[in-house]
Design a protein around this ligand. Structure first.
Ligand code: SF4
Length: 191
């Protein structure tokens, strides 16, 4: 297993810097489309941070760990304790479970959050090589209050592709071959 901790991300820092640039591109595209709809992610009664999202890349795992290292030791200890408890119940719980990084509605590692946390919320499309264009709706809050305007194309395909290419390069460099399917608490306690 490749280190997701300090040694790992120092060794592979250039990959994480490229991921950071890709995340910035995602944020800019998302912000422009959200602005078109007048959609602001705030005051939501159904926080998407309670959704059991899975994350699949070594890049995002290492990037989250880079973020964890920026927390004060006491804050990091609290987050890790919370993640230990949440990781034990996240798969057995039928209901929604709040992400260990969400404190009072704020993401403690906002700058280091994974891709799906950045892209969730607005309607989007994917260009599948066989099935063609697959469109998906926005989140619950978006569909309830922001569907008056015509759909503004938000194609996730090039963003996914760029992430996949970068992940492939990192895996070649590291020799890492395992599949990853982790929730945020599992990523936090992973070492
Ligand atoms: S990483 Fe941050 S944005 Fe993503 S689910 Fe957790 S608290 Fe929410």
């Amino acid at each position: 297993m490749v280190d997701a901790n300090v040694a790992g991300f120092e060794t592979y820092a250039s990959f994480l810097d490229r991921l950071s640039a890709l995340f910035q591109k995602m944020d800019e595209r998302y912000a422009a489309t959200a602005a078109y709809y007048g959609f602001v992610c705030a005051g939501c009664t159904e926080s998407c941070c309670e959704t059991r999202f899975y994350h699949h890349t070594l890049l995002e795992l290492m990037y989250l760990h880079r973020g964890l290292q920026t927390l004060e030791p006491e804050a990091r200890r609290i987050v890790c304790d919370c993640a230990q408890k949440t990781a034990r119940t996240v798969h057995s719980s039928a209901g929604r479970v709040m992400c260990s990084l969400n404190q009072d509605g704020q993401c403690l590692l906002y700058a280091y959050r994974p891709m799906i946390c950045r892209l969730h919320g607005i309607p989007h499309e994917l260009r599948h090589p066989v099935k063609g264009v697959i469109r998906s709706p926005g989140c619950h809050e978006f569909e309830a209050h922001h569907v008056q305007k015509p759909y503004a194309p938000f194609d996730r395909t090039p963003l996914y592709r760029e992430l996949a290419q970068l992940e492939s390069s990192l895996r070649q460099e590291t020799g890492f071959r395992e599949k990853i399917k982790m929730t945020i608490p599992e990523m936090i306690i992973h070492n």
